[in-house]
Design a protein around this ligand. Structure first.
Ligand code: 4AZ
Length: 258
């Protein structure tokens, strides 16, 4: 999460000046895991964090397809209940039992950038519900959304040790198309400020962007981070509710319902 100058008055079309050298506040604000218990991160088997995710049911974690593609469950770990990556005494690190990737997924900027990890047993942390088709209001331009993650705190910097958060408004679809010719309005939304400065970044992918107690989007792609005129692009989750429900609502294999 990158946050240079918080001179942002209201919405997205307000241009904020240029930060003088040395004046930048790099790094979003800290967020607690207690207030955001559904926020998780993904690591490889060596413990290196590379993506985010969200607990959407007791044994289901939603992430980006590009975070899961080409990986086998055994080389993945879901770390839940841990705000500080160095605090190995908190939370749990579990290997998923199964990976589901949207059938139409090709690349993040073509859409369908969603995947669901099924865990062997339920996590002791509260899930966050996914936005539905009826949650259209959450995608209106100007709606303030809160993105969370352990990603980079500057475009070429290191990922964050602590969970960070930043608030970014939804931008009009036409703005996103202008910024990115390949932007697909039905499958994506973009969020941020015209002047850049506050954004998600590498390592935040797969993680949550939330509003109104719902998971509105999944951090997906963008050109660089926090650049002027290059907002972050997120999966428009309401569009995928139908595809996700059967996967998210299914009990983990081997668990017998009553
Ligand atoms: C990434 O590579 C990534 N500025 C995530 C978010 C954004 C760009 C890239 C948005 O994971």
């Amino acid at each position: 999460m990158r946050r240079l100058l918080v001179l942002v008055a209201a919405a997205m079309l307000v241009s904020t000046g240029t930060a003088a050298a040395g004046e930048q506040v790099i790094g979003g604000e800290r967020a607690s895991i207690e207030a955001n218990p559904w926020a998780v991160y993904l690591t490889d088997s060596g413990g290196a964090q590379f993506c985010g995710g969200t607990i959407v049911a007791p044994s289901k974690v939603l992430t980006a397809a590009h975070c899961a593609l080409g990986r086998s469950p055994r080389e993945l770990r879901v770390v839940a209940g841990r705000e500080d990556k160095q605090d190995r005494g908190s939370g749990v690190s579990v290997t998923p039992a199964d990976i589901w990737i949207h059938k139409q997924y090709v690349s993040a900027d073509e859409g369908e950038d969603v995947a669901v990890l099924t865990l062997k047993s339920p996590l002791p942390y509260a899930p966050l519900p996914i936005a539905e088709l009826t949650d259209r209001a959450l995608y209106q331009p100007g709606t303030p959304l809160r993105a969370l993650g352990w990603g980079r705190t500057s475009e070429n910097g290191k990922t964050s040790r602590f969970l960070m958060q930043a608030t970014v408004p939804v931008l009009p679809d036409d703005y996103c198309v202008e910024a990115y010719p390949q932007f697909v309005k039905t499958d994506m939304f973009c969020a941020g400020y015209d002047g850049g400065k506050i954004d998600t970044c590498q390592g935040d992918s797969g993680g949550p962007i939330v509003a109104g107690g719902k998971l509105v989007g999944v951090t997906s792609w963008g050109e660089g981070c926090a650049r002027r005129g290059k907002p972050g692009v997120y999966v428009r989750l309401s569009r995928y509710a139908k595809d996700l429900h059967p996967v998210v609502d299914a009990l983990p294999t081997g668990v017998v319902g009553s």
